[in-house]
Design a protein around this ligand. Structure first.
Ligand SMILES: Nc1ncnc2c1ncn2[C@@H]1O[C@H](COP(=O)(O)OP(=O)(O)OP(=O)(O)O)[C@@H](O)[C@H]1O
Ligand SMILES: [Mg+2]
Length: 354
């Protein structure tokens, strides 16, 4: 079931007489139990979009459907109530430093008018859930970053939200704590089946958690897909830059030095990652594949991998080999040297086989 649906959302700011279209005609929806990732470079409009979702920022136009209502049309009292059904976690945790861990988690329940006696079992349960019962009386400053963010998660879950909004929740953490918080979030999604909108610039985070990803640039969603498809067929230069397809392994300029033959990026879906497709076509078509780069990404929906290769062999044989790979479900992109390999903005590729 669809938890939130956004239609044609717009929000702009006036800065020094210039209009900044921070969110420019954005539409998407997220279902129960689904983690929807929003990635994009700094200034793309991700935080503005998330602030609009719970109406902390009032959009200029568009619709936000949540709990059967278009939030944009609701008055403040309805909004306050609906906001309770959206938990939010932040990059810098935003905990009350002068309150104990227990009081931080209790805070949203107190705001909702619950008495201590009523809310105590819920707070105890949440602290137990995040594994911090022993720290109930500690203050945030006495906890590690990862522990503080887990308190942030518990606080966000206090009102049993249907939607969790996460804005760079792991960006301020070291790798170990990132891992801890990620597994916590994963558990939340599995246990509670809520919907999550997750902003991150860390591809590792998106890979580990997201079912679908939208890439934002200049306020727009420029590409949206399942994580698997996004890794296999990154269409937009910004996406390619974000997932750093092959340039993380090898400077692209080197590819042209390595071979004068056409260079292809082969994307393998989960079911074909482990099959010996390359040695198979080499044998069948009598072509040699030079593997120039490659890796495998473990994603929520299964593994996807890619290889950057060039082929040696008769032209017809190479074409036959590519067709055979295509029929086996391999995504094939041809690097296009005419447009320059390295334009500083990712890689220019042209799809050859469709
Ligand atoms: N209150 C504001 N007033 C004026 N401009 C704003 C305001 N909030 C955001 N902007 C502008 O809107 C654009 C989008 O900003 P936003 O913070 O949403 O980007 P972001 O994708 O979250 O970036 P980051 O990855 O750095 O967090 C930026 O150009 C920013 O300067
Ligand atoms: Mg931001």
């Amino acid at each position: 079931m669809c938890v939130i649906r956004v239609e044609n959302l717009k929000k702009s700011f006036l800065l020094d007489k210039t209009v900044i279209h921070a969110v420019n005609d954005v539409s998407f929806s997220v279902k129960e139990g689904e983690v929807f990732g929003l990635i994009g470079l700094s200034g793309a409009g991700k935080s503005t979009l998330v602030r609009c979702l719970n109406l902390l920022e009032r959009p200029d136009s568009g619709e936000i459907w949540f709990d059967g209502l278009n939030l944009v049309e609701q008055d403040d009292s309805v909004l306050r109530e609906k906001r309770c059904r959206m938990g939010i976690i932040f990059q810098h945790f935003n905990l009350f430093m002068r309150k104990t861990v227990w009081e931080n988690v209790a805070y949203p329940l107190r705001i909702a008018g619950k008495r201590t006696k009523e809310l105590a079992p819920r707070v105890d349960e949440l602290l137990d859930y995040i594994g911090l019962s022993a720290h109930a009386k500690s203050y945030p400053a006495e906890l590690s970053g990862g522990q503080q963010q887990r308190v942030g998660i518990a606080r966000a879950l206090a009102m049993s939200p249907r939607l969790l909004l996460s804005d760079e929740a792991t960006s301020a953490l070291d790798p170990v704590n990132t891992e801890l918080v990620l597994s916590m979030l994963k558990k939340v999604v599995e246990d509670l089946g809520i919907a999550v909108v997750l902003i991150t610039h860390q591809m590792e985070v998106a890979k580990a958690l997201c079912d679908r990803i939208a890439v934002m640039e200049h306020g727009r969603i420029i590409e949206e897909n399942t994580v698997e498809e996004l890794f296999l067929r990154p269409r937009h230069p910004v996406t390619r830059h974000m997932i750093r397809g092959f340039d993380e392994d090898m400077p692209l300029a080197h590819l042209t030095e390595l071979t004068s033959a056409p260079v292809y990026r082969l994307g393998f879906r989960s079911h074909s990652v482990t099959r010996p497709l390359i040695s198979d076509i080499s044998r069948r078509f009598n072509v040699d594949a030079n593997i120039l780069a490659g890796n495998i990404n473990a994603l929520v929906g299964g593994d996807v991998g890619y290889l950057v290769v060039s082929f040696e062999g008769e032209e017809d044989a190479v074409r036959g080999a590519l067709n055979s790979l295509y029929e086996d479900g391999v995504e094939i992109l041809k690097l296009d040297p005419a447009n320059g390999f390295n334009n500083g903005d990712g890689i220019n590729v042209k799809e050859v086989v469709r």
